[in-house]
Design a protein around this ligand. Sequence first.
Ligand code: COA
Length: 189
Amino acid sequence: MPDTQRLAGIQIRRLWSTDRDAVVTLFRGLDPDSRFDRFMGTVSEAAAASYAAHAVSAEGMVFGAFAQGELQGIGELRPVGAAKEAEIAFAVAPGHRGRGLGAALGARLAQAARNGGTRRLHLRCLAGNRPMRALARRLGAELRPGRREVHAVLALSPPTLFSLWREGVEGAFDVAVAASAAWTVVPVV
Ligand SMILES: CC(C)(COP(=O)(O)OP(=O)(O)OC[C@H]1O[C@@H](n2cnc3c(N)ncnc32)[C@H](O)[C@@H]1OP(=O)(O)O)[C@@H](O)C(=O)NCCC(=O)NCCS
């Protein structure tokens, strides 16, 4: 897996409610084909924006990829029915693909899931979604192809002291960066 910190100019951090508008803008910027790939079916821009408005506050965890301070990619981790299992999903802005944002988000999602006790990650995409299949392979997932969709499964090892420590350091950094981004300077008159 790639080291999320080594992508020049790219910052990966957890998203909070203060990032809601940026998430909506990102989903609004997806073209119809990207929405089709992300939601595995036809979804209007308004419906995608409505989904995005609740994405950060919904159950699970959401990470964002920032380039030049702008949110350009999102990776979602959602618990599924069975204990220790979760589903992941991605959306990267069309103009920022092929730069490793998806892979970096995937690595961070896998790290967070592993440290939270998840043992298997599931990822579903349309059979014709080559970038997503490549990303799943890059993350080390086992691909189970179906006629219409591919189900990828990524087995995670149990957390170690080091993986927990690293998650803690990155989590503290995430909070500091998100807080400073949300900070509004009120001029003194
Ligand atoms: C799938 C998606 C998230 C990939 O994001 P990305 O930032 O471009 O991914 P990366 O740059 O990290 O590349 C990941 C892999 O995909 C490959 N890839 C990227 N674009 C590709 C393309 N157009 N065709 C084939 N492979 C491609 C990369 O080479 C890389 O594989 P490698 O590690 O073997 O070289 C992005 O295309 C996207 O947002 N698509 C629309 C939404 C979607 O399909 N979501 C998936 C369902 S949840």
